[in-house]
Design a protein around this ligand. Structure first.
Ligand code: ASP
Length: 441
């Protein structure tokens, strides 16, 4: 069976008539782009409001029985979006009809999902593609996507269909109740459809050239990542790099489908490619990306002859579990066991309660607390391949006088996580970036 591409276009790619023209030309320039997934129109300029946000506002108005004032704004957005295009139907009539349905249905899910629904109908009409409603393809069980059922029904439904446009961001339960994915979830729809049709490639078109190595608010003009593995993408987005919706990985990674993140407004740029496996020889960078998160707390527990208390570590972790505290890392050494915890889990007296419980049950000699720690993940599939890289990494940090609070030498060979004081966070990222990247320029 021949494989095709799934192309998902984000909100900014569908915000203006000019952007829409680009999208159409991108789709038409490659015959393999047979499955198109869309978001609702995004912001046209910095202070603009996304159509999805307007729809949430409209849902509030409709549900509490106020006048549906926001409808006019939404209507104007769609009318101006399509002003340069000839549609085979009256968009105004369609929009008015949908408003009447919204007033009758009165659910947030129905009202908000109409953003992608209307966009998909418009794009399908302009392209001469078929519109397929996501409620026929994306199956929810309760409020969660049922991946297995979605694969089954979407694969069956799409088996003999090509050239179609699908609205992202929602699906339906078996009973037919509409459900929304979390914000930004049209990425996930694209991934689900890619897996269902065994796509050759999942293209994710936004207004960025691809994924940057670091946050550009921290590092000036960082390089673009040309290629990386799913594992690397996971390690980066887990540490807060806002790249792609995190639920996107599962369906495509499981099916081994590559992702290509590209820019609608600069299609000459090849973008970032993400593969299941990337051979060591591919890509010229040792460090693929650097990401981090602030505001962790390190709790260091010391007890003489800790080894002789059976299950000490397990007991500490059980106490955390009881308090519903997620532990990010637990560095340990002779007679010490530490917990690295996001500080938000320790608010409202939870830290004191945790320490009191540890003291009561495990009788440690000391429990020390270090607050305001940042974790930085240095991600690179080839980082461990050469011992010299470690030397480079640590000399970069030593040279800038940064105190290391923790090192987790990632055992899966993809990343190293270091802990530094929050005030050193940006220096540390710049130091590592400069050491590994600026030389390469
Ligand atoms: N339109 C939805 C949102 O704004 C979904 C998406 O764009 O992916 O979150």
């Amino acid at each position: 069976m021949k494989k095709y591409k799934v192309a998902k276009f984000g909100g900014t790619s569908l915000a203006t008539p000019e952007a829409l023209k680009e999208v159409i030309s991108i789709i038409q320039s490659d015959e393999e782009r047979k499955y198109i997934v869309v978001s609702a129109p995004g912001k046209r300029f910095k202070e603009d409001i996304k159509v999805t946000d307007l729809l949430y506002q409209l849902a509030d108005e409709i549900i509490i029985g106020q006048k549906a004032d926001t409808y006019e704004l939404i209507k104007q957005r769609y009318l101006s979006l399509t002003e340069n295009f000839k549609l085979s139907f009256s968009l105004e009539d369609l929009l008015d009809h949908i408003l009447a349905e919204m007033i009758e249905e009165e659910t947030v899910e129905f009202i908000v999902s109409r953003g992608e629904y209307i966009t998909a109908i418009i794009l399908a009409d302009i392209l001469g593609y078929a519109f397929v409603d996501a409620k026929e393809l994306v199956r929810f069980r309760g409020s969660r996507v049922d991946y297995t059922q979605t694969q089954k029904i979407a694969r069956k439904y799409l088996r003999d269909k090509e050239n179609i446009v699908i609205p992202g961001f929602y699906g339906a339960t078996l009973k037919g109740d509409l459900k929304l994915l979390s914000r930004g979830g049209a990425d996930v729809t694209g991934a689900l459809i890619s897996a269902a049709v065994h796509a050759k490639m999942y293209e994710n078109w936004t207004d960025q050239d691809g994924f940057l190595m670091c946050d550009p608010r921290i590092v000036e003009d960082p390089h673009l990542i040309d290629i990386m593995s799913y594992k690397e993408l996971r390690a980066l987005s887990f540490m807060g790099a806002s790249v792609i919706h995190s639920d996107t990985f599962y369906p495509v990674a499981k099916a081994g489908i590559p992702i290509n993140a590209r820019n609608t407004f600069n299609r000459e740029a090849k973008g970032t490619f993400i593969y299941d496996y990337v051979p060591a020889s591919k890509g010229r960078h040792v460090v693929t990306g650097i990401a981090g998160l602030n505001d962790f707390t390190l709790v260091v527990i010391e007890k003489h002859l800790m080894d002789e208390t059976s299950g000490f570590d397990r007991k500490v972790l059980l106490i955390c579990e009881k308090f519903d505290i997620q532990v990010e890392h637990f560095p340990s050494g002779t007679d010490t066991f530490s917990l690295m915890i996001e500080s938000r889990y320790l608010k409202d007296g939870k830290l004191d309660a945790l320490i009191a419980q540890i003291k009561k049950l495990l009788k440690p000699d000391t429990v020390e607390v270090h607050e305001n720690i940042s974790l930085i993940s240095i991600v690179g599939r080839n980082l461990m391949a050469n011992k010299y890289n470690m030397l480079k990494l640590f000399s970069a940090l030593v040279n800038t006088n940064i105190t290391l609070r923790m090192i987790d030498y990632g055992s899966n060979g993809t990343n190293i996580v270091i802990g530094v004081d929050d005030i050193d966070y940006e220096y540390a990222i710049n130091a590592v970036y400069n050491e590994f990247e600026r030389d390469d320029e």
